[in-house]
Design a protein around this ligand. Structure first.
Ligand code: SF4
Length: 595
């Protein structure tokens, strides 16, 4: 397929060997690239019952046909593995420039399996066998120190993936950071998988390989038109460039659906202390963007004692979930998470769970109280190094709350802590949380984009009508965005028809919207099938009890709970999944998936 090199690099760390192979045309046309291709390769390599931290688990890094092209926001690439946090399939994607660097080596995908006897990093270069280089001196360094040390080695121009101490110490929600403390494969614990392999970093030297594009002239025309649209759409032209993703905070708070005090509350007048506007006014240094992105939503920021990137909207959970509305503390907590290689969402959800346990008398540690800003950064460090109470927190909120006899204090779906949108405020989004293949995730369906941000059009956020239908479409659309692969934020300006045009001009395949949506459905069902074989069933498609039974007590979402059962019935019928939660045989046949 054009747009891809059709080449895969596989490395087995246990025997320190590597092999290059051709990717079947059928896999590419059936799954495109990125998440889809990653899921297809991963599910053919890894037994669903595999221990995520064993050598048999694989890390599959996959670019898509648009990665590294001139299409706006096409700097992204995907990772698929088995999550140690959920025990389910984990798909994740990251921006920055590492994806285009991988593509420039002449490979579309990199598969890593096995385990090294000692800490090493991997060096990937165009036209050369990958090298495995011992690096005991890097083990224990934070992500920025690691990046600086790699830069001092005279490796030429490169981009990198790395873990911090949290990944080395097997924290179940450790992230893989890229280029130091910048962007991340944030969710689900891929950093712990890399740490279990003794792999500190993957260094990708920038090469010269470029895949063929089927119709470059047409692609240029489409790109110009897309950029023109992005220049006039308010979110991509003004809100994201000016305030970053944190610009969402005031809107979500005003709607009474911001995750506050471990989701016991949906609105706080103090939350605006952490808003995108406050960040701009008090700590902003400059904007920053991923490869080929005209939006540049990233914030480089500075406090009196530290500097770094962010916080993003979701990372502000470090303040809202803990009721710590102090911008400097939250910003520095976010920097620490990045340096230590921790997912900020799960870190926040686990700490706030501990705070609720202490508030309700189930945890005996007087320091761990909502609003105690002095405890936030020390707790983050304790988690990364598994020190003291950090040892318990390192396994995530579900295990923590269960251990202390109060499982409902953990706000998670399938073991993964929830992002910042309280689902009682957006009912379709709630169904998305309950049915996401990777657990508590806002990006797998992202129906909040319609329920709150009217993109591409506004739908009522409190009603259940048509939510299952729309969510299924959004889940398939999202799988395609993650497979081509482009940033979700471009969707605030561009309709899905743009992605169809880009994909067709690049690959030369007739990737019309109907065909793309069928590919999205295939990806979603293959992920689901893996999860069912891993032990997931219909009972796991649910939400924390508080969202189903405890109405919000104030703000514009006051009085609401989530009527999940009726939407779930519709959802299962539309998906043709059986009572156990498995895709029917007929559905698998229709999608050409082997049972
Ligand atoms: S909008 Fe932000 S996250 Fe998306 S590609 Fe651009 S800079 Fe990266």
């Amino acid at each position: 397929m054009k747009g891809m090199h059709n080449k895969l690099l596989s490395a087995d760390l246990s025997v320190q060997s590597s092999a290059e192979s051709t990717i079947d045309a059928e896999k590419l046309t059936g799954y495109l690239g990125g998440r889809g291709l990653g899921v297809k390769l991963f599910t053919s390599l890894v037994n669903p019952r595999t221990d995520p931290l064993s050598p048999d688990n694989c890390l599959v890094f996959a670019t898509g046909p648009l990665t590294g092209s001139i299409v706006p926001t096409s700097g992204r690439f995907s990772l698929v593995t088995k999550s140690p946090l959920t025990g389910l399939i984990l798909y994740s994607n990251t921006g920055g420039s590492v994806g285009p660097a991988l593509k420039s080596t002449g490979y579309d995908c990199l598969v890593v399996r096995g385990r090294l006897d000692e800490p090493c990093y991997m060096l990937v270069s165009e036209g050369e066998e990958p090298q495995i280089i011992p690096c005991r001196d890097l083990w224990g360094l934070d992500t920025l120190e690691t990046q600086n040390r790699l830069e001092s080695l005279g490796l030429g121009r490169f981009h990198s993936l790395m873990i911090g101490p949290a990944g080395e110490n097997g924290v179940l929600y450790a992230s893989i950071m890229n280029d130091g403390n910048h962007r991340a494969f944030g969710r689900g614990g891929s950093g712990a998988v890399m740490g279990a392999k003794n792999l500190k970093a993957i260094v990708i030297k920038v090469g010269k390989a470029k895949p063929d594009i089927d119709n470059p002239e047409l692609l240029t025309t489409y790109v110009k038109s897309a950029r023109d649209k992005m220049k006039v759409a308010p979110i991509t032209n003004s809100s994201l460039p000016m305030f970053g993703t944190a610009g969402l905070l005031n809107v979500i708070n005003e709607l009474g659906m911001l995750g506050i005090k471990n989701f016991q509350v949906g609105y706080s007048h103090e939350a605006e202390n952490l808003s995108g506007e406050a960040i701009r006014e008090q700590i902003f240094e400059k904007d920053e963007g991923c490869y080929a992105c005209p939006i540049r939503c990233g914030r480089m920021t500075k406090t009196q004692s530290m500097n770094g990137k962010g916080p993003e909207f979701e990372s502000l959970l470090l303040g809202t979930l803990t009721s710590i509305f102090d911008l400097v503390t939250v910003t520095e907590a976010n920097y620490h998470c990045n340096l230590l290689g921790l997912d900020t969402v799960s870190t926040a959800g686990t700490i706030s769970c501990a705070m609720e346990l202490r508030e309700k008398g189930a945890l005996n540690d007087d320091r761990i109280q909502f609003g105690n800003k002095d405890i936030l950064i020390p707790l983050i460090e304790d988690i990364a190094y598994r020190r003291g109470i950090g040892e318990e927190l390192a396994s995530g909120s579900a295990q923590l709350a269960a251990k202390h006899g109060m499982p409902d204090a953990a706000v998670h779906v399938k073991g993964m802590e929830l992002p910042a949108y309280d689902p009682r405020g957006a009912i379709g989004h709630a169904l998305g949380y309950a049915t996401s293949n990777r657990g508590g995730c806002h990006l797998t369906g992202y129906l909040v984009s319609m329920e709150v941000f009217a993109a591409p059009k506004k739908i009522p956020r409190a009603s259940t009508g048509s939510k299952a239908d729309l969510l299924v479409l959004k889940q398939h659309q999202s799988a395609i965005e993650d497979s081509l692969i482009v940033c979700k934020f471009a969707g605030y300006a561009l309709g899905f028809d743009f992605y169809s045009r880009f994909a067709t001009a690049v690959t030369g395949e007739d990737l019309n919207i109907t065909r793309l949506m069928k590919i999205g459905e295939r990806i979603y069902n293959l992920e689901r099938l893996f999860n069912v074989k891993a032990g997931l069933s219909r009972k796991d498609d649910t939400l924390p009890k508080r969202f189903l039974t405890e109405p919000l007590s104030e703000g514009l979402s006051k009085g609401r709970t989530v009527p999940l059962d009726s939407m779930l019935e519709d959802y299962y019928r539309l998906r043709d999944w059986d009572k156990t939660g498995a895709p029917s045989r007929a559905k698998l046949e229709e999608l050409h998936i082997k049972p």
